[in-house]
Design a protein around this ligand. Structure first.
Ligand SMILES: [Fe+2]
Length: 443
């Protein structure tokens, strides 16, 4: 699974920290867009990736980017490496007192803390100025390590998460209340470690996924930095837990891998609908060539889970290749109508944004020109619209422009992403593609 040259184009890291407060803007930045768009991703301290494979790319140092908006203007851009132990060690500084983590995957706000999240390691508390503040004070239990994709119920304020580990216990499940106090901590039985990246919640349940990608520690012997790969002998299973952890129910599904979920919701007391981006297989070893086969691309897929009959119906909802799905986060765990995602015209490109309307079974596209690439689309609700509908807001997307080797931020109308952007902000710098990000509202 060789990648293109990781040191040119959209994936390429940057070599320095930088900030700016003047930008070329086309159109009008909405007056009610007040906050900071944060992006996270791997960026070697040297400014150069040394490997050529995705498993070399993933574990590199965490770099955050922040673009702040206020009163119809873009007020500031900055990028910073997270100051954890690896940063101090690289600079020859003392590592004592620094968090031993590399939180390069995601950003999440809960109970007033903004956390940079790792793949299973401790989160690191940061702020929208991209300063590193240390471990989580409010969620000390997270400092044992946590998924990069916890889920927050906007109605109750609770945070649901898991920790998957190479060593026993292989899986733990936790719930934190709206103030960060842990209310549930329990092991979930797994016979062997499992590559779990994301999860879902509903109003009453949490959903975990034990799929066909597992651990093969002989990959270390071959020089790989992450020992995960597809295993035909594994079974793919969905675990539906009562949110309070009091009951678990397992459902076998067709072999697959799911990197990211879209959402889940209770459709009746018996039925859960669970939407994901599904791959028929992922990270399959090419033993003849001592590598990996190119991954297939993902599509929108729905699991309809009958809790009483113990059955799952699964079906593909669309044929477009997509990844990095996002929704209006107020609807996480509840029935949602709209899904925003990155379009993948090929396995080397993330180019274009799709908005699915799951009620009319239609889709809109925001086109991105050939050669350019874009990040995940992040939905931001309009401020001051208490009774606003699900798609009343903006979609923010970072677009890498190949000709200028810079990134622009496009602010799209979430109700119609096919119309020209409301505003385009030219950063004059490049934000590497990275993984995930978040909108942190100024209030
Ligand atoms: Fe992810």
């Amino acid at each position: 699974m060789t990648m293109p040259d990781l040191n040119t184009g959209a994936l390429a890291p940057v070599a320095e920290e930088y900030e700016a407060d003047t930008f070329n803007v086309t159109g009008q930045v909405p007056l009610d867009l007040n906050g900071t768009l944060m992006r996270n991703g791997p960026n070697p301290f040297s400014g150069k990736f040394s490997g050529a494979d995705v498993l070399d790319w993933w574990p590199e140092a965490a770099m955050l980017h922040g673009i702040s908006f206020a009163d119809g203007r873009v007020t500031h851009y900055r990028n910073r490496w997270v100051r954890s132990q690896n940063y101090a060690a690289y600079n020859g500084d003392a590592v004592d007192g620094q968090v031993n983590s590399n939180p390069n995957v995601n950003v999440l706000e809960h109970a007033g803390e903004v956390l940079a999240l790792a793949e299973g390691g401790p989160p690191v508390r940061v702020n929208t100025s991209l300063e590193t503040l240390g471990q989580s004070d409010l969620h000390p239990a997270l400092n044992n390590g946590v998924t990069a994709h916890p889920k927050i119920d906007a109605v109750t304020g609770e945070l649901m998460c898991f920790r998957a580990d190479w060593a026993a216990p292989f899986l733990t499940y936790s719930v934190f209340d709206r103030d960060g106090k842990q209310t549930v901590a329990q092991e979930v039985d797994l016979a062997e470690p499992s590559m779990m990246h994301d999860m879902a919640i509903t109003a009453r349940h949490s959903i975990l996924m034990d799929l066909n990608v597992g651990y093969d520690f002989t990959l270390f012997d071959e020089g790989y930095r992450i020992p995960i790969c597809w295993d035909d002998k594994r079974k793919s299973r969905i675990c539906v837990l009562a949110r309070d952890g009091s009951a678990t129910q397992w459902f076998e599904i067709e072999p697959c891998f799911i990197q990211h979920v879209v959402n889940a919701s209770e459709r009746s007391t018996d039925i859960i609908e669970f939407d994901v981006v599904r791959y028929p297989w992922y990270l399959k070893r090419d033993l003849k060539n001592k590598g990996f086969f190119p991954n297939p691309l993902g599509v929108l897929w729905r699991y309809t889970i009958d809790l009483v009959k113990g059955q799952v119906r699964e079906r593909q909802l669309d044929d477009l290749n997509i990844e990095l799905p996002r929704i209006n986060e107020s609807f996480i765990g509840y029935p949602n109508r709209y899904v925003y995602a990155v379009v993948q015209p090929s396995d080397q490109e993330m180019r274009g944004v799709v908005c699915y309307d799951l009620v009319t079974n239609s889709r809109q596209l925001h086109q991105v020109a050939a050669g350019d690439q874009n990040s995940e689309p992040i939905f931001v609700s309009r401020e001051g619209h208490e009774s606003s509908s699900e798609n009343d807001g903006y979609v923010l997307v970072c677009v890498f422009r190949q000709t200028s080797n810079t990134t622009e931020i496009r602010i799209l109308d979430a109700a119609d992403i096919s119309t020209p952007p409301l505003a385009t902000v030219e950063l004059g710098r490049r934000i590497p593609a990275g993984f995930h990000g978040a909108w942190i509202a100024a209030s």
